[in-house]
Design a protein around this ligand. Sequence first.
Ligand code: AKG
Length: 267
Amino acid sequence: MNIVDFSKEEFQNQQIEASHLEEILKDFRRDGYVIFKDIFSKDYINELNADFIDKYGHLFSEEYKKNVFRVGHRRIQVSVELKKSFNTPYLYANPFILPVLEGIFNTEFIISDLTCVTSLPGAKYMPLHRDGAIFKGVALAPLLPAYAVGLLIPLIPFTKLNGPTRYWPGSHRSPLHSGAFEGNPNFIEPEIETGSCILMDYRIVHCGNPNQSDEKRPLLYCNYSLPWYFDSSNFRFDPHLIVDDNNYSDIPEEYKSLFQRRNMKLQ
Ligand SMILES: O=C(O)CCC(=O)C(=O)O
């Protein structure tokens, strides 16, 4: 598994060492994912989780059943407003993530959305899918460099019981339809502690596992892309990056361009 462990010096300097960065990029390009270990503090993730449940927890009740966007059985996707604990460069421009994104995209990129997918107790296995792919069926498409990348941050520890996400390493380079990976045993299901996270190519085949616990299991997505890419299948109805003017003014100037699509809505 591509687990990125940063050294004491890297943590002290808040900077990835050049040869380590090259190694991470090589792993990411080859396998379509890397797992960053302990780059956020557990206290910070707990704060994100508390703010998330405080603002959106009511959406998971029976009453709101008809008004939420479902991405699977008892699996609900919510656009998360950038405010409170979510509005910090520590999250969206983390010093351990930003250089990797710069290396992947090699040109200007944006935050395409901030979203949380929550599997509720009893959620079933999710159909296999890619979060997005362009030029489907074109032989050269899997060879293209990444144009969209998801940063997936568990807001509680992901365990076998609450259903860690299942990924097929290398599948971003496969011309096969995602369904063709059903039954393919070469997947990983990383159990992830709070503070760690996964960076994945949007094209990697993956799915959510059943949630057999009695707890909600929220997975925060901060998705990045080249400015021209739009994930219209996931974000047709909701604004995908919600930032009010007050919170926008709190974003440091150097990161404002990441938010050029704020509050944009398709319908
Ligand atoms: O819930 C999960 O583990 C994965 C969710 C997912 O794959 C999705 O929403 O695209």
